[in-house]
Write a protein that binds this ligand. Structure first.
Ligand code: HEC
Length: 399
């Protein structure tokens, strides 16, 4: 009953999380497009009112006329549309998912028993949970301090973006050393996603509130609030593509179980940011195909690094193994979880819908077995102590 409840909650929360994220990222992309696509107004009166840019659009059978004011409009209307619930809902539902998917069973999902760092390989579930939370919190603290120290008045944003890029490589590296591959990808995405939501919560929205308050009091708003809001929302734009990629990475064990998973992750993060850059410039009327070309190049490098042959060089059985032997290994190492009625107490149904009760079912899933065993993703957390010889046997059988 408990595992059914968790599965169902997972299903519903994932739905909420994806919808909220689509709404948030969609709006964020829309506003970047709007901002970069503004043209100076044709109408003299508009310019006199303080309109600095405008965009005409047709959508859903109607015509829209957006105008952006350079500073404050003469009179601010009461019913101003604010954007923050989408960001908060995305973060909260994501965090709830992380709790029920990873933190309820940290021994399987967070700990990396094959870590090169002995202390990380031997962490208890609770230690892993605490470490994951500290990792997220520190990610935000370091990013925020970098923004404040490197570019406090938004005049060194170029240097800052290099700093943030280096930070993400370090985050990718540390996460893969400390956590299981899947959790490492997810947590690296979550570091970026937390920075995005915290940018909205701690800087963009409070800054806008101060601006509105000043305008209502007839004062000139502090221009730094506007500039900082822009700085952080520009960062958010470059985070969007990499974050979505890392959030959907959890079935692609060739990437996260690779010995150099952090390199693959870093390449894909940069590829996402470069591809995003193309669209940011495109909205301003500049077509620069070199950005997506560079992004695709990085994706190709990631493809090449992740290629299975480079990590399976050690499977060297000369003769085809006996199928009975393979079946015994799978029964010993996999069937506790992957059965119609799993004997493992954590599962009431076969995980991922995969059961190996019969030889027939095993043969049908040969490719899947080969992939997860080669990458080390299965048995999950190596709970059933599969040996390297057994992995080589499965490999030889699959080939
Ligand atoms: C401790 C329990 C456990 C053991 C032992 C185990 N698995 Fe799994 N397996 C799972 C869970 C849980 C999932 C679903 C994980 C997820 O959501 O990606 C899974 C998923 C899979 C998948 C699907 C992967 C995907 O990306 O969708 C395959 C294939 C698989 N296991 C094969 C195996 C094989 C082969 C073995 C034995 C070598 C094995 N498993 C041992 C728990 C286990």
């Amino acid at each position: 009953m408990q595992s059914y409840f968790i599965e169902f909650a997972n299903f519903m929360l994932r739905w909420l999380h994806v919808i909220a994220a689509i709404a948030w990222i969609g709006e964020s992309i829309y506003f970047v497009m709007l901002d970069n696509g503004l043209k100076s107004p044709k109408d003299e009166n508009c310019r006199k009112k303080g309109v600095f840019g405008e965009m005409w659009a047709v959508h859903g059978g109607g015509f829209y006329h957006n105008q952006k004011y350079a500073t404050s409009p003469e009179k601010l209307p009461e019913d101003l549309h604010w954007s923050f619930w989408k960001a908060y809902t995305t973060w909260l539902s994501g965090f709830a998912l992380f709790i029920i998917l990873y933190m309820v069973n940290p021994g399987f999902y967070l700990v990396n028993p094959n870590s090169n760092w002995e202390w990380a390989a031997n962490m208890t579930g609770w230690q892993a949970n605490v470490l994951a939370l500290v990792f997220l919190l520190l990610g935000w603290v370091v990013y925020n301090e970098m923004c404040k120290r490197i570019s406090p008045n938004m005049e060194r944003d170029g240097l800052l973006s290099i700093g943030v890029a280096i930070m993400m490589v370090v985050v990718a590296y540390l996460s893969t050393q400390m956590f299981s591959g899947r959790a490492a990808f997810l947590l690296t995405g979550a570091v970026m996603a937390t920075a995005m939501s915290a940018n909205v919560f701690f800087w963009i929205i409070p800054g806008q509130r101060r601006m509105v308050k000043a305008m209502k009091a007839g004062e000139t708003p502090n221009p730094l609030d506007g500039k900082r809001g822009k700085q952080r929302s520009v960062h958010n734009t470059y985070f969007t593509l990499p974050v979505v990629l890392l959030m959907i990475s959890n079935h692609y064990s060739f990437a996260y179980s690779h010995a150099h998973a952090w390199v693959i992750m870093a390449l894909l993060i940069f590829a996402g940011a470069l591809i995003r850059q193309y669209f940011v410039l495109m909205h301003a009327g500049k077509i620069q195909p070199s950005y997506p070309a560079a992004g695709v190049l990085l994706i190709m490098v990631a493809f090449w690094i992740g290629m299975p042959s480079s990590q399976q060089a050690n499977s060297s059985a000369e003769t085809a193994p006996d199928i009975a032997e393979v079946q015994t290994v799978i029964e010993q190492r996999c069937v506790a979880c992957h059965a119609q009625a799993p004997s493992h107490p954590g599962f009431s149904a076969p995980p991922a819908g995969i059961a190996y009760d019969s030889l027939d079912q095993m043969l049908r899933n040969k490719d899947g077995i080969q992939q997860v065993v080669a990458s080390g993703y299965m048995p999950l957390g190596n709970m059933t102590n599969m040996t390297d010889e057994e992995r080589a046997l499965i490999q030889a059988w699959a080939e």
